[in-house]
Design a protein around this ligand. Structure first.
Ligand code: FRU
Length: 494
């Protein structure tokens, strides 16, 4: 039975989305149907479609009592909205249905696992949020919350762990037919840990072990964990709060962390070998992955960051979009990312230039646009005299521009959206160390109307940022301080 709270949300979103014009939204990135969106939830393949749910506050373009929005897609690029799936309407989730995941049960039902939140008054008069894990079952359209919710609560926590920070279950089904999930938690040291739970049927869960411990190394509380095997390694993705920068890693405050290591399935032991940021740009948080039917590990994330939400254009009826889905792989012990290959089916209008000499600023006939896929190889004109700086400017006109620039001497790639039309003093720049051979660098830029995603050296690193630039600004130019040459291919994405 659909609750009144959910019915109201469904009625509201249907009426309210009509006020948002198509051209005010990104084209092939999922944005909220109306109101506010944060984390991707329940990323799954079910009944022949990809399902993506999201943290959703339909009534306002700011965060509020969390619902689950819902969309489906055949190709992970073109999304169709479905009615909101969950609303905060039970005694155990009345203050929010927080992040979670989805799988298909052997009997064909779609199973959701999410965090139920209730505010509890504290002795000092303030409130804290008690977090428990809950289930819902459905048919890909409508979902019924499980009668024995919550299925995990404070009694299922290892000693000393906080009942106020216990959230974001990511579950999967093992080859033997049993289930596992990882959940973010805060141990007594105030930082973060990832807990592993198991279940025979997907409904009855029990604590197995602490899979990974932060020990105050990478931020504090670890949110939105995901754990999977990839190219023979165990990979743990999580979004730590309150990160301290370390060199060029972890600059985002609310950042992202990828731990790669050895995973012994017999004993569920994960031994860390390598750590890195997942993305080195500005707007990227709360990743979630899916294993596609053809065996690809694909990741999506919230293309925003809690620290930059203040960049928000006040009169917009929507706020929040997802990144492009990205295929993951491990190479040389690092996480690599590539835009999903389905994007190549959207390519048209190819324009290619080889061995272009770049001194000062140049524009190239046919290279412009706000929905484009650009591949660039940059090299010095003279190996003995490497250029100082190479920049690509885009979303550009007389008033606006966003740029990516590379300084080979420092090995630093920088994104700068200071002049993207932002009227707020949020972070507009981010720098990342990149690998290059004497000024030779490969870049791929994917522009949708209100974002840029940069893939460096075939996916060795990515930098992601939103930009709310007037859509008329569609210029692209190249600029070198010193002498460089480049090969460039541009495709429109239609
Ligand atoms: C991460 C997060 C999650 C939580 C959700 C609430 O962005 O804080 O930990 O489940 O957002 O909307």
């Amino acid at each position: 039975m659909t609750s009144q709270t959910l019915r109201e949300a469904r009625t509201y979103e249907e009426a309210s989305e009509k006020f948002i014009k198509k051209e005010e939204r990104p084209d092939f990135h999922l944005s909220t149907r109306t109101g506010w969106l944060n984390d991707p939830n329940g990323f799954s393949y079910y009944n022949g479609e990809y399902h993506l749910f999201y943290q959703y506050h339909p009534y306002d373009s700011h965060w509020g009592p969390m619902h689950w929005g819902h969309a489906v897609s055949k190709d992970l690029l073109h999304w169709e909205y479905l009615p909101a799936a969950l609303a905060p309407d039970e005694f155990y989730d009345r203050d929010g249905c927080f992040s979670g995941s989805a799988i298909e049960l052997p009997d064909g039902r779609h199973l959701l696992m999410y965090t139920g939140v209730i505010k509890e008054r504290q002795k000092n008069g303030g409130f804290c949020e008690v977090q428990t894990q809950c289930m819902a079952v459905g048919d890909g359209r409508d979902y019924e919350k499980y009668e024995n919710n919550p299925v995990l609560d404070e009694n299922d926590l290892p000693e000393g762990s906080s009942r106020f920070d216990f959230r974001d279950p990511k579950m999967w089904r093992k080859e033997d037919g049993t289930y596992c999930c990882v959940i973010g938690s805060r141990p007594a040291d105030g930082s973060g840990q990832i807990l592993l739970y198991t279940s025979e049927d997907g409904f009855h869960w029990s604590f197995k072990k602490i899979l990974a411990t932060n020990n105050n190394r990478f931020g504090k509380m670890w949110e939105c964990p995901d754990f999977f095997k990839l190219d023979g390694k165990g990979v743990l993705l999580t979004s730590p709060q309150d990160m301290l920068p370390q060199g060029f890693e972890y600059h985002n405050g609310n950042g992202t962390l990828c731990l790669i290591g050895d995973y012994d399935e017999e004993t569920d032991t994960f031994t860390e070998e390598h750590n890195q940021s997942i993305d080195y740009g500005i707007d990227f948080y709360a990743t979630q992955t899916i294993l596609t039917p053809d065996g690809r590990r694909v990741m999506i994330a919230w293309m925003q960051n809690w620290d930059t939400c203040g960049g928000h254009v006040q009169d917009n009826l929507w706020f929040g979009q997802m990144t492009l889905p990205r295929e993951l792989f491990i190479k040389n012990g690092r996480l690599y990312q590539k835009p999903i290959r389905e994007l190549e089916d959207m390519r048209s209008g190819k324009v290619e230039y080889k061995d272009v000499h770049v001194i000062d600023t140049i524009h190239l006939e046919g290279i412009k646009g706000r929905k484009v896929d650009i591949e660039l190889s940059i090299a010095p004109e003279d190996d003995q005299d490497v250029y100082h700086k190479f920049s690509i400017r885009f979303a550009q006109n007389a008033q606006y521009q966003t740029s990516v620039s590379f300084r080979p001497k420092e090995s630093v790639l920088k994104i700068d959206r200071k002049f993207s039309g932002s009227r707020r003093a949020v972070i507009h720049q981010r720098r990342s160390k990149v690998h290059h051979e004497n000024g030779r660098l490969k870049l791929r830029l994917i522009l949708d109307l209100y974002s840029v995603e940069i893939f460096v050296n075939d996916g060795e690193q990515t930098m992601t940022a939103t930009m709310f630039t007037d859509r008329e600004a569609d210029g692209i130019s190249f600029c070198a301080d010193g002498a460089a040459r480049m090969d460039v291919v541009k495709y429109d994405l239609v």
